[in-house]
Design a protein around this ligand. Structure first.
Ligand code: ATP
Ligand code: MG
Length: 420
């Protein structure tokens, strides 16, 4: 063991469990690729101001959770705590948002960093797959994203998740509501921090998880009673479209989420088997973000799904993903000459697209067959001294145990045909 350990709040993905993470990422990405979303990748760090402005000065992410550092060149950077602001920054920088090109639909997959109090489902390094549809105000786009997230969770076999849906209004109706909520909050018995938050961003107080705060919020005014006609119509349309798609959701009039940039449609995916870290994903419309970071008006919508918590949700439901074994053929040479011959065959198999592995390190037959078993390979190829003399290889079907001798030169064709 080395003297080093993974930093607090982080963990390593190791085989074979790491295959689950790949499968989850793939399951989330597949419906997106299938729906016109292109892959985007941005750096793991950005100018700290991008997040301060884009995510919001009053959010937990910016005030408490960001890893900020100064470079030798004097730049103030932050490890990305989320990827929506970076994606929008990249789209604006590359001018992808030309008229005629809208909406720009992209998806990403990658690490996020937040300095949080580590606990199950809450880490300092975690991973998200996200999707953003930039530059169009169309309820069908909000609906599309909710439907695609639902589809990927269902494809994974998840059942015990719920979709919470709300509208946060827009610049016309939200200020009126904000003032009403502020009035209400001023009359409550709240600690100083919370009162300060109520002045800067009162909606976020609704998101407070403490029971003593929630208790006092029972009669809080609700945004849905303040929505302007345009927001109301927009929200109805989103609800109708996802209902027509057979997606079940719950209206949650107190759902606000932690980022400042959301407008109108807001949603969260929660899983009931995860205890207090129940949010597996979330997102919504962020019509004002582009202007906040110096771009033109680009109404947009997106979500980010947490890969770590999705894996925990699978475990909570006892779902074993059907992950096909990576290796189809495992070669076991016995002796020097056999090693050279089989190594060449393995190389040829791989070139032909057959997943093959090899017994390295001069293992004896017994240890090598154990390794073949562990690899999950369907077939083992065993080449011993007698076989060499006969010009054959023993092809063993690892499922049935059946063994047949085949000519050395027929190996590749035979395996290709057996594996389809
Ligand atoms: P929470 O309310 O649990 O703090 P959040 O609102 O901060 O979640 P988002 O910023 O919406 O989360 O991120 C989207 C998803 O990313 C979450 O639903 C969750 O699955 C995942 N996520 C967020 N923070 C963490 C973390 N510290 N560790 C693991 N996953 C996380
Ligand atoms: Mg959080």
């Amino acid at each position: 063991m080395s003297t080093f350990k993974a930093p607090k709040g982080t963990y390593d993905l190791l085989p074979p469990e790491s295959a689950k993470f790949l499968a989850v990422r793939e399951a989330i990405a597949a419906p997106l690729r299938n729906s016109g979303y292109g892959y985007i990748e941005t750096p793991g760090f950005e100018n700290v101001e991008l997040f301060a402005r884009g995510v919001g000065e009053s959010t937990d992410i910016v005030t408490k959770e960001m890893y900020v550092f100064e470079t030798k060149g004097g730049d103030r950077l932050a490890l990305r705590p989320e990827t929506t602001a970076p994606v929008l920054r990249a789209v604006l920088e590359a001018n992808l948002h030309k008229a005629g090109n809208l909406p720009v639909k992209v998806w990403y997959s990658g690490s996020q960093y937040r300095y949080e109090r580590p606990q199950k489902g809450r880490y300092r390094h975690f991973s998200q797959v996200g999707a953003e549809a930039i530059g169009a105000e169309d309820p069908a786009l909000d609906a599309e994203l909710i439907i695609l997230a639902d589809q990927s969770y269902r494809a994974l076999g998840l059942r015990n998740f719920r979709i919470l849906l709300n509208s946060l209004g827009d610049q016309e109706c939200r200020p009126v509501y904000r003032a009403a909520l502020q009035d209400f909050l001023r009359g409550l018995d709240l600690d100083e921090d919370t009162l300060r938050r109520a002045e800067i961003n009162p909606l976020r107080v609704l998101d407070d998880k403490r029971p003593e705060v929630q208790q006092q919020l029972t009669d809080a005014p609700l945004l849905r009673d303040y929505l302007c006609d345009a927001c109301k119509a927009y929200h109805e349309e989103v609800r109708d479209l996802i209902t027509a798609a057979g997606v079940v959701f719950e209206d949650d009039p107190k759902l606000v989420r932690g980022l400042d940039y959301y407008t109108r449609t807001t949603f969260e995916f929660v899983h009931d088997g995860l205890g207090s870290q129940s949010a597996v994903g979330g997102g919504g419309r962020y019509d004002g973000l582009s202007e906040m970071i110096g771009g033109p008006s680009l109404p947009s919508v997106g979500w980010a799904l947490g890969v770590d918590r999705t894996v925990l949700a699978l475990e909570a439901e006892g779902i074993e993903l059907d992950i096909p074994s990576a290796t189809s053929v495992y070669a076991v040479p016995l002796g020097e000459e056999a090693r050279r011959i089989l190594f060449a065959k393995v190389t040829e198999l791989r070139k032909n697209g057959v997943a093959a592995d090899f017994s390295y390190g001069g293992k004896g037959l017994k240890a090598a067959m154990k390794a073949a078993n562990r690899s999950g390979a369907r077939y083992a190829l065993v080449l011993g001294e007698r076989d060499l003399a006969d010009g054959v290889v023993q092809l063993k079907d690892m499922e049935s145990g059946e063994q047949t001798a085949i000519g050395v030169n027929e190996i590749v064709a035979e395996l290709e045909s057996r594996l389809g």
